[in-house]
Design a protein around this ligand. Sequence first.
Ligand SMILES: [Mg+2]
Ligand SMILES: [Zn+2]
Length: 178
Amino acid sequence: MKLIILDRDGVINMDSDHFIKTPDEWKPIPGSLEAIARLNQAGYRVAVATNQSGVGRGLFDMAMLNTIHTKMHKALAQAGGRIDALFYCPHAADVKCACRKPLPGMFLEMAARFNVQLSAIPAVGDSLRDLQAAAAVGAAPMLVKTGKGTATLNAGNLPEGTLVFTDLAEVVTHLLAQ
Ligand SMILES: [Mg+2]
Ligand SMILES: [Zn+2]
């Protein structure tokens, strides 16, 4: 089974320093939904791992997060795509949970859910912590320059072997050419 792990904000949808708190604030990055559909068609299972500390900070609640995700799933379905598993960490940083990236808790849950090894599984993110979580489980970190990606690239210190792409569409073109 082919699995790919995606971050949400800055990879699938536009990032915001003020959090995505409502469905209206959730806006897809051009080409990202079609890219996920291409992955599905090529036999990839698509899993999303997203830090959503806005819940823990009280900026929005779980019901609102679910409403935002309903919008995402509908928009994706219209593009012919599907997310097979969605994991989120709702905790604020001070909770010291095991799921908030850069810790790999969500990735380990995925490995258990899909019963797969994570070594060399592509893991796409726009922040250093996404890449660090990927590297922690031996997945293949891939940085996109959308969202916080350009700033992440400029800050350096990327895990060894990190591949850099313009956006998710370019990641998918790369993967499907292999
Ligand atoms: Mg992100
Ligand atoms: Zn957590």
